[in-house]
Ligand binder design. Structure first.
Ligand code: AMP
Length: 573
């Protein structure tokens, strides 16, 4: 029988054949089911790690150490060849993937489900902490061939005899460096002892540090090594900038950088949980859609923050390195190093969170004058060109904001509410320039008022020695504690007045409370006051507020109460 094919149909078939041939995945010898799945996901050709890993896993039984960062396509790199080899008629666990966080665990199992879309007999179950163990045990009764899990929960399930790894063929240790730095070393060793010697172990890590080297030595046999997008490989589409700023002006400098880069969607990296919360509180108090992500939050709180960030309900996330790990977002416009990491690789890793999916990215580092040597070390080890910039002045910020408004006007258009055109008055007396001017003045009024009388941070003295002395003095003051502060006048910046406040740590006063109190005391003012240092001591507190707000603070604080206690503020001398 001859089937006649119309002209347009011929073109479609030809295009499909061409598309198939162009899909270089076909060179990997993966089964048609897998090729179809990756084709549907829009993967056109294998990434570098996939090019090297897929043929190796498909044909070699040796262990593997693969150095690759998140975002290089490593999940497909190990799961595609393994999915091709899994015996889907057998109902024993054949592949175990261990990873550090619940978020990564969910991501990997979602990816595996996508890749195995046309292999219906293959089942995978994700097991991770912070979620019902009985639900997970129920899912395990479906006899999956693949388990993706975090170490702690996997051990719990082994102890409950709900998991048996005695027959696995493949063990994947994903983000091994991260698992070890998160303290999973003993857990990993326990799990590894439950697996057979015959398995093939595939270790993926972004970095090769001593701990990873030790684990590899003890648990991998004669491993083959693959390294792609080496840790020093720097993405070309990220521009790197740094700003030198005194310790005491860091937050204000951050605010200016945020204001000078409107419409950003960014992560601000801090070193400690406390610093993270402190910076996030500062931004929230100043009206930014920001939040904190760190290990002191419960799993549920972290989930909420991540969800808000993914949905862009907040556009600035302040995070520690570890907490940000589990977050997979491709469209970050900026990464800010609020504090420099000790490890240059971490710097590259953080910066690499922006500039993804073919977009450009900006990485900005705030450094203290005494950190210039550390920055030099980062530059020389990573070979990244990091350009020094000056903290933008008020006028530059306004210019950037104006540009930002127009950028949004041309790229974003949504009808949030209905209104009748007859509500628009006759505007014919205005030229379009006048109209734009007036609307911008309205839109940027608060910001313009804020920057009207601000100092130019780029002209602050930044002599290294001076700053070191200042930070030593600062530390000394902190170590010596309260009384001396009362007697000794302090170096407040010229536009600030320093107050003594009668409550402190023993009254359960926190920085956020103090900010709240200052804001309430000055709520009738036309603009928000600039708030400087807040030092909460055991029995009392010092805080700095802009001079024009002096009288309002003195008058209003005494009429307020904190947890039922009288409050009193005096100018400190
Ligand atoms: P991973 O490093 O596994 O976290 O992957 C990072 C992102 O790259 C994921 O969103 C994958 O879906 C995507 N990806 C993986 N392989 C490819 C490919 N060959 N082509 C395009 N995108 C890919």
């Amino acid at each position: 029988m001859v089937v006649k094919i119309g002209k347009s149909r011929k073109i479609i078939i030809f295009a499909k054949i061409l598309q198939y041939l162009m899909n270089l995945f076909s060179e990997t010898n993966l089964s048609p089911e897998l090729l179809k799945a990756v084709g549907e996901l829009g993967f056109e050709s294998p990434t570098e790690i996939q090019k090297q890993t897929i043929p190796f896993i498909s044909s070699d039984i040796r262990d593997l150490i693969a150095l690759a960062q998140t975002g290089t396509g490593k999940t497909a790199a190990f799961s595609l060849p393994i999915l091709d080899m899994i015996d889907d008629k057998s109902r024993v666990i054949q592949l175990l993937v261990l990873c550090p966080t619940r978020e990564l665990c969910l991501q990997i199992s979602k990816d595996i489900a996508n890749y195995s879309k046309f292999l219906p007999k293959i089942k995978s179950v994700a097991v991770y902490g912070g979620s019902s163990i009985t639900d997970q045990i129920r899912k395990l009764r479906e006899k999956p061939q693949i388990i993706v899990g975090t170490p702690g929960r996997v051990i719990d399930l082994i102890n409950r005899k709900a998991l048996d790894f005695s027959k696995i063929n493949w063990l994947v240790l994903d983000e091994a460096d991260e698992m070890l730095s998160m303290g999973f070393k003993d857990d990993l060793e326990t799990i590894l002892s439950e697996t057979p010697d015959t398995k093939q172990t595939l270790l993926f890590s972004a970095t090769m540090n001593k701990e990873v080297e030790r684990i590899s030595k003890n648990y991998l046999t004669n491993p083959h090594r693959i390294s792609v997008g080496s840790i020093n490989e720097v993405k070309k589409n990220i521009s790197h900038e740094y700003y030198v700023v005194n310790y005491r002006q860091k937050k204000e400098a951050l605010k200016r950088l945020i204001d000078a880069n409107p419409n950003q969607y960014s992560i601000i990296f801090c070193r400690t949980r406390m610093e993270t919360q402190d910076v996030a509180d500062f931004l929230m108090q100043n009206g930014y859609a920001a939040d904190a992500l760190h290990g002191d939050l419960s799993q549920a709180q972290r989930d909420t923050v991540m969800k808000k960030f993914r949905l862009k309900n907040i556009d600035i996330l302040v995070a520690t390195d570890v907490a940000a790990r589990g977050l997979d977002v491709d469209s970050l416009t900026h990464v800010v190093h609020y504090s420099l990491p000790d490890d240059p690789e971490v710097f590259v890793h953080r910066s690499g969170r922006t500039g993804r999916a073919g977009k450009d990215g900006i990485s900005m580092a705030l450094i203290k004058p005494e950190e210039t040597r550390k920055l030099k070390q980062i530059k020389s080890q990573t070979k990244i060109e990091i350009k020094e910039n000056k903290i933008p002045k008020g006028e530059d910020i306004i210019k950037a904001q104006v540009k930002g408004v127009f950028e949004k006007l041309f790229t974003e258009h949504e009808d949030f509410f209905e209104f009748d055109d007859c509500l628009i008055p006759d505007l014919s007396e205005f030229s379009k320039e006048e109209l734009a001017h007036r609307l911008l003045q309205l839109q940027l009024r608060e910001l313009a008022l804020y920057y009207q009388h601000r100092n130019d941070l780029s002209e602050q003295k930044l002599h290294r020695e001076e700053d070191i002395k200042e930070s030593r003095r600062e530390r000394g003051r902190r170590d010596r504690g309260g009384d001396r502060r009362m007697r000794k006048s302090r170096n407040t910046s010229s536009n600030m007045v320093r107050f003594f406040f009668n409550l402190g740590k023993k009254d359960k006063l926190k920085k956020t409370d103090m900010l709240d109190i200052i804001n309430k005391a000055t709520k009738k003012a036309k603009k928000r006051p600039d708030i400087g240092d807040i030092e909460i001591l055991d029995k009392f507190t010092f805080f700095e507020v802009e001079k024009p707000f002096r009288q309002e603070i003195l008058n209003n604080i005494s009429s307020m109460k904190f947890k039922g206690k009288e409050m009193r503020a005096e100018v400190a001398n």
